[in-house]
Design a protein around this ligand. Structure first.
Ligand code: NAD
Ligand code: DAU
Length: 334
């Protein structure tokens, strides 16, 4: 199987590449990544010389490079590439529109022209917007009510997928997953930020009243779901991938502090994120009918995640100091 992955140097993409290389002996993976601040070659250091894997530096909005890779005839394209952090989208929205909308369109256009049979667009539960405690979990057919420039750009990407289906008959699978956690997650997202701050005895900035709810999914569960959809998903369909694990932010915060044996006095309530969605929850019955369910329990996997950060302090240092970006500037002229 030949797989073209975009955004493979980020958190979920790098976990997915590790997952595929472990699962399939006979596989060829090409990873197209622009190496933004969120893309880290260190995430794939251990597989960089694996003959089944190649890295290509490039931008998904660049039709030339995208066409070159699509003409290599991949059996499947899995597109993770995105600007992914809600807070950054509040002050740098144009980057989000460029990659998450224009980038998706460039990929779709090239994939349909090259007649790529399987294309998986990685989207998010945030496109359904905020739920109240009384609301039912979101279904794949629910309207898109995004709140932030990030989620609006992801929703626009999803709408382009649907437009390509209707106008050109080109069918793409969309996945909408809930909040992932696990190794290699950039410490701007709440779990790695709070773990690494607590490790350094720094304050944990909790937004608003700390009662917002997210549904937590261990990243390997997501990888298994995406791999399943490569084989069993129906082109043209949307699949929610959730952890069945709704937790408040204050619960997450106290759990991290307890496991690291740090005091709750590190919790610092700060001004709320503008437009902060209160709750996300996913109805995952559609994908469970294909035989997938979230295997990992949060209370067990958060321990493993903390252990990963404790054992990878060089990675944390490199990421927090931005040392890798200096390397990119020199070698990739970014
Ligand atoms: P990430 O920010 O960790 O990684 C994004 C990757 O995309 C980076 O390697 C970056 O260099 C690359 N990239 C950015 N712009 C690019 C461009 N123009 N061309 C090529 N590469 C580019 O993101 P993540 O958390 O791994 O998320 C991956 C995907 O999953 C995203 O599409 C995101 O919307 C979606 N998602 C993430 C979560 C989550 O909890 N992290 C949950 C649901 C959905
Ligand atoms: O739901 C899926 C989405 O999950 C993905 O589409 C996004 O790419 C991913 O970034 C994530 O978005 P969130 O906004 O939910 O994740 P974040 O880690 O930024 O925040 C999780 C919760 O924690 C949210 O309610 C805001 C809160 N938070 C976050 C940060 C960074 C804090 O209280 N303090 C913080 O410093």
């Amino acid at each position: 199987m030949k797989v073209l992955i975009t955004g493979g140097c980020g958190f979920i993409g790098s976990n997915f590449i590790h997952y595929l290389l472990k699962k399939y002996r006979s596989i060829k993976i090409t990873n197209l990544d622009f190496l933004t601040y969120a893309g880290n070659l260190a995430n794939l250091k251990d597989v960089a010389k694996d003959p089944r894997y190649q890295f290509v530096h490039g931008d998904i909005t660049d039709g030339k490079i995208v066409n070159r890779l699509m003409s290599c005839d991949p059996d499947v394209v899995v597109s993770f590439a995105a600007e992914s952090h809600v807070d950054r989208s509040l002050y740098q929205p144009s980057n989000f529109l460029r990659t998450n909308i224009l980038g998706v369109q460039v990929l779709l256009e090239s994939a349909r022209q090259h007649n790529i049979k399987r294309f998986i667009q990685i989207s998010t539960d945030e496109v359904y917007g905020s739920l109240s405690l009384k609301d039912k979990a979101s279904n794949e057919t629910d309207p898109l009510v995004p709140s932030s420039p990030y989620s609006a750009s992801k929703a626009a990407g999803d709408l382009l997928v649907k437009a390509y289906e209707k106008t050109f008959g080109y069918k793409t699978i969309i996945t909408r997953s809930s909040n992932n956690y696990g190794p290699y997650q950039f410490p701007e997202k709440v779990i790695p930020l709070f773990i690494t701050n607590a490790m350094a005895d720094k304050p944990l900035p909790l937004y608003g009243d700390g009662m917002n709810i997210r549904d937590w999914l261990y990243v390997e569960d997501n990888c298994r779901a995406i791999a399943l959809l490569i084989n069993k998903g129906t082109p043209g369909e949307i699949y929610n991938i959730g952890g069945n694990c709704e937790r408040t932010n204050i619960y997450i915060t106290k759990t991290i502090l307890k496991l690291l044996n740090k005091p709750t006095s590190l919790i610092t309530y700060v001004k709320d994120r503008p437009g902060h969605d209160r709750r996300y929850a996913l109805n995952i019955s559609k994908i469970t009918r294909l035989g997938w369910y979230p295997e990992y329990k949060f209370e067990e996997r958060i321990k493993k995640t903390i252990a990963w950060y404790l054992n990878n302090q060089d990675w944390i240092k490199q990421v927090k100091t931005g040392e890798y970006l200096k390397f990119y500037k020199k070698h990739y002229k970014i």
